[in-house]
Write a protein that binds this ligand. Structure first.
Ligand SMILES: *[C@@H]1O[C@H](CO)[C@@H](O)[C@H](O)[C@H]1NC(C)=O
Ligand SMILES: *[C@@H]1O[C@H](CO)[C@@H](O)[C@H](O)[C@H]1NC(C)=O
Ligand SMILES: *[C@@H]1O[C@H](CO)[C@@H](O)[C@H](O)[C@H]1NC(C)=O
Ligand SMILES: *[C@@H]1O[C@H](CO)[C@@H](O)[C@H](O)[C@H]1NC(C)=O
Length: 567
């Protein structure tokens, strides 16, 4: 049966694929559309990624399903809008804010890694996960990469965050610091009075209550006492498979370890076929950059970090070449969402640049938050030095890889991505995408319609975010914190890619026709949505001490096994 299916596959797809390709996925974190040389940046040095683009296809309309990492990556991994897996927030944070939360990519979602693993691929995730970890206990690992088809994992199950760099942790101002001390003192005073009351017999309190109040006070103190940066012990942890190797992670070594792991995986698995997903910690804040690159770029610490990332990409691609795997590897590079444009440290840039596109990371459906650089190389099969302006999605990687590996896609659910191999090869002119839905959390903010027969690219906004007084845009997705324009705002993205001139019925004769067609598409789309458990609900996204991964006896979690065993 398997033989029959795979022979049919080889016959029908018409590619010479007696050997299925290896798959190398490189994903940067928060890299902006305008941050690479090959995407028009002439002051930043990204020679390795530029070369990759020259040897492959550059996707100029590559769209993330969300403008933030947790939902965008969930969509990437599953080929489905995050709202389908419960990874789209209805209120509160749109990403997992701590490692010890109970939410995560549900075990019944089928990632492309799982599909490829079932097809005999050796699979690995190296780097960032940010799709949850545990459900009910400290080590049930119900959301661990290993449950989602990655046979090997090295990296951080959370994300790189400010507190991972000692001393960079959130710097409270004097008023905030005073507030923390005030709360701590009040809590301590309360515990003390309970204790005194009980001892002197003035009133009766159960010991259990006193113990609980004491624990809360102590936890509050160590959790929030800013100068200690103790959050780093809870969130910045490196794992190898299920084992903690560093708690907290040594941020100064993270880049070289990730690089070493990626190269070593390629060497170990050169017989193939393998799937290697290198999920870089770069270029997320705090933009920790090693000595070799610090102060070298023209764009502050952020630019240094981009250039270091490019160097890492170059090293990984060199390993592919060294093993003679270049022609037999489907290589992909993208960012998970747009650049964090307004991120600054003192006066230096700490976030990405989205070129001509408006907005950035976390900003609902704005182009700058969802349009990311995308590159695909597969020499001899996908033409070199080609630009594809057609709409593509990060979710397309899912069905495309399923096709290349000869896997059958799950039939019991909607897959939103499209197999783009024919478009990539130049066998067809147009992308299969007609409508794309741009969500902010669980709320539909905008829709794009690629009207192929007219060659038009429309984008309509049902919801927009509010501008703050300083000109920056708010992050909220719903209720009174957003605007519901009436009629909805319509843009022609081909004539107005920066989304500055909304059309009106006067300026655009098709105004109402276009809106009606898009409205129908939204109705059809909404009919395919079913209620699922909310992974980012308040309850699933708060710190739970019993879920905290810990390499010692909680709360004494400290270890460094990496420097013990040198390999
Ligand atoms: C190049 O990237 C840097 C870093 O994000 C940015 O500050 C700069 O504006 C970009 N330049 C161009 C021409 O896009
Ligand atoms: C994880 O730790 C266990 C127990 O110490 C060990 O047997 C196993 O080999 C470790 N796994 C990895 C990948 O290091
Ligand atoms: C790899 O593919 C390119 C492009 O088709 C070809 O020119 C080159 O000879 C191939 N290299 C090997 C080692 O097969
Ligand atoms: C996964 O399980 C949840 C609840 O248990 C269900 O609502 C959802 O439809 C399932 N998803 C898939 C893809 O089967």
């Amino acid at each position: 049966m398997v033989w029959l299916v795979s022979s049919l596959f080889i016959l029908t797809c018409g590619l010479n694929m007696s050997r299925r390709p290896n798959v190398l996925l490189l994903m940067a974190d928060d890299l902006g559309y305008g941050d690479l040389g090959c995407f028009g940046n002439d002051t930043i040095r990204t020679p390795n990624i530029d070369q990759l683009a020259k040897e492959g296809v550059k996707l100029t309309q590559h769209i993330a399903a969300a403008s933030l990492c947790t939902p965008s990556r969930a969509a990437f991994l599953t080929g489905r809008y995050p709202i389908r897996s419960g990874m789209a927030s209805k209120a509160g944070s749109r990403v997992f804010t701590r490692l010890a939360v109970s939410g995560g990519l549900p075990p019944n979602e089928t990632t492309f890694a799982k599909l490829l693993q079932q097809q005999g691929y050796t699979t690995a995730l190296i780097g960032k996960w940010h799709q949850g970890m545990n459900c009910e206990s400290r080590n049930d690992y119900c959301h661990h990469p290993s449950k989602h088809g990655f046979s090997y994992f090295y990296g951080t199950p959370h994300s790189l965050v400010e507190e991972c760099e000692p001393g960079k942790a959130f710097k409270p101002n004097a008023a905030q610091e005073a507030k923390y001390w005030f709360y701590t003192e009040m809590a301590a005073l309360l515990v003390l009075s309970l204790l005194l009351g009980r001892i002197t017999g003035l009133f009766f309190v159960k010991w259990r209550i006193i113990a609980f109040a004491t624990l809360c006070t102590v936890l509050f103190f160590i959790f929030w006492f800013p100068k200690h940066g103790l959050l780093r012990y809870w969130n910045c942890i490196m794992f190898r498979d299920h084992n903690i190797t560093e708690q907290p992670m040594k941020i100064e070594n993270a880049a070289s370890r990730i690089l070493k792991e990626a190269i070593s995986f390629i060497e170990r698995n050169k017989q193939g076929p393998f799937l290697l997903f290198v999920s870089l910690l770069h270029v997320h804040t705090p933009c920790f950059t090693t000595e070799m690159f610090r102060g070298k770029s023209r764009h502050g610490l952020y630019g240094d970090n981009v250039e270091e990332m490019d160097w890492m990409v170059g090293k990984i691609l060199a390993a592919i070449d060294k093993e003679g795997l270049r022609n037999n590897t489907f290589t992909y590079f993208a960012s998970d969402n747009g650049g964090y444009v307004e991120s600054r440290d003192d006066n230096s840039q700490l976030g990405g640049w989205n070129g001509i596109y408006k907005g950035g990371k976390a900003m609902g459906g704005l182009e700058g938050g969802i349009r990311v650089p995308g590159i695909i190389r597969w020499p001899g099969i996908i033409p070199a030095n080609t630009v594809i302006d057609e709409p593509t999605s990060l979710m397309d990687i899912y069905p495309t890889l399923a096709h290349l590996a000869g896997a059958t896609m799950p039939q019991d659910r909607v897959i939103d991505g499209k197999n783009q191999i024919a478009l990539l090869q130049g066998a067809v002119q147009h992308s299969e995408h007609e409508f794309m839905f741009h969500y902010c959390g669980a709320f539909l903010h905008a829709v794009r319609w690629y009207q192929k027969e007219r060659g038009a690219l429309w984008k309509v906004y049902y919801v927009t975010q509010k501008f703050h007084q300083d000109g920056s845009i708010g992050y909220a997705c719903s209720e009174d914190k957003v605007i519901y324009p009436n009629p909805p705002l319509l843009f022609d993205l081909l004539r107005d890619p920066s989304e500055v001139n909304p059309l009106s019925p006067n300026s655009e004769p098709l105004f109402h026709t276009v809106l009606q067609r898009i409205e129908r598409a939204v109705e059809d789309h909404q009919k395919t949505l079913t209620p699922v458990p909310q992974q980012l609900s308040l309850d699933n996204n708060i710190w739970k001490h019993w879920l905290q991964p810990c390499c010692g006896t909680f709360p004494f979690c400290w270890c460094d096994k990496e420097s013990d065993h040198k390999s």
